[in-house]
Design a protein around this ligand. Structure first.
Ligand code: PLP
Length: 384
């Protein structure tokens, strides 16, 4: 999966060296014009016939008009990946990994995950009859564990953090020969995650900004790969500005990008579990990609994340998980620097029901009542 030379330098607990990327054939360069129609399957490395029969991707793009009154922005769009079959953006990667495995006759897939990649791979493997072996830290949100078990995956809970689970799952793959789907390590994960960029350019013209949450930085590299491929093909001229958003308590990429600081002993802690990683496995690649496209990484606090989550729920009807709300919180953080008529997309990567323990922090449970409308109307201050 990795470059055979660079992989020799890899050490446990460090960002991966030698990550491979899928390359489009030279004949695709400028083979299309802007506004031409296209089929994403022509630009993926596995043929359509191998994909599981599940509606992954093609997620809705919602024009958040209610934020115009609030913040003056006319064109905020939310791409909601919570509508994927297992409820997160990870399905884009699992879908391609599963198709790849099927094409090459591989029946077992191994991965380490903080939750969403696991529940995603478990669900998609179930749809095709593949077996998923999942290494997960014990602190993953319960809903994500339950998903894995519902889908029938083999769950191996590790007493330790995600990084321990990551390294152990690689050894397990080496010893069993099973296909490993670890994020960044398996090139199909970056490639699968490029698909939202292809969808975006057919949903919206002239995108100025894309805000996305970043943990390991594979969504980041995937989205950038998508836009670079689109430019290579000739389907877009200019790239949007890519803004990766990290939690203050999980800032490995931020420090690497801005200060060239690679703290391998860093310990992350944030309410947004899906972007809580100590060492970003895709770190070298993500920082290089972001520099190529002149993007940026910004930080937001846990409180900003939970407030953004609640605002999204109450103003748009989209209940996303905290890590997803990070992208919108990032927009709010730097809104003064963005022109009010800019076209801005926030990727909302996961469904809110995946982690209700976090969402509960911003709601108050109401009192209970006796079955008596007089008392209820008094309490609600309604004249009935
Ligand atoms: C995995 C995940 C992310 C972050 O993706 P990385 O590739 O680790 O940066 C963001 N949001 C959700 C819901 C995720 O599951």
């Amino acid at each position: 999966m990795l470059c055979p030379q660079c992989r020799e330098e890899n050490l446990e607990g460090k960002p991966l060296k030698g990550i491979l990327k899928v390359q489009l054939p030279e004949s695709f360069r400028n083979s299309k014009n802007e506004n031409d129609l296209f089929d994403i399957h022509n630009y993926l490395p596995v043929e359509k016939e191998y994909f599981p029969n599940l509606p992954v991707g093609n997620t809705p793009l919602i024009h958040a008009k209610n934020f115009q009154n609030e913040y003056g922005f006319e064109n905020i769009f939310l791409k909601f990946d919570g509508t994927n079959p297992t409820g997160s953006y990870k399905d884009r990667a699992s879908f391609l990994v599963s198709a790849f495995a099927k094409k090459f006759g591989l029946h077992e897939i191994v991965l380490a995950s903080t939750g969403n990649a696991a529940s995603s791979m478990a669900g998609i493997a179930a749809a095709t009859g593949q077996k998923a072996f999942i290494f997960m830290p014990t602190n993953a949100p319960k809903a994500k564990l339950v998903q894995c078990l519902q889908y029938g995956a083999t769950l191996i809970q590790i007493q330790g953090d995600y990084d321990k689970a990551f390294d152990l799952s690689l050894k397990f793959s080496e010893q069993t020969g099973f296909l490993n789907r670890n994020t960044a390590y398996n090139p199909m994960t970056i490639e699968g995650k490029k698909t939202s960029s292809f969808e975006l350019v057919s949903q919206l013209k002239n995108i100025d900004y894309v805000f996305l949450p970043a943990g390991d930085g594979v969504v980041l590299s995937g989205v950038i790969k998508g836009f670079l491929d689109l430019q290579f093909i000739g389907l877009i001229k200019n790239l949007p500005k890519i803004i990766a958003v990290q939690a203050e308590g999980s800032r490995f990429l931020f420090d690497a990008f801005h200060f060239d600081k690679w703290d391998l002993n860093y310990k992350a802690a944030t309410v947004a579990d899906s972007i809580s990683v100590n060492v970003a496995r895709n770190g070298y690649c993500a920082v290089a990609d972001l520099k190529i496209v002149n993007g940026d990484v910004i930080l937001i606090s846990d409180d900003e994340i939970l407030s953004a989550q609640k605002q999204l729920s109450q103003k748009t009807g989209i209940f996303c998980e905290p890590s997803s709300a990070a992208s919108f919180a990032g927009l709010l953080k730097i809104k003064e620097t963005i022109s009010k008529d800019a076209t801005v997309v926030c990727l909302l990567t996961g469904h809110g029901l995946k982690d209700i323990d976090s969402a509960i922090k911003k709601v108050n449970f109401p009192n209970t009542f006796p079955p008596d409308l007089e008392i209820i109307s008094k309490e609600l201050k309604l004249n009935m």
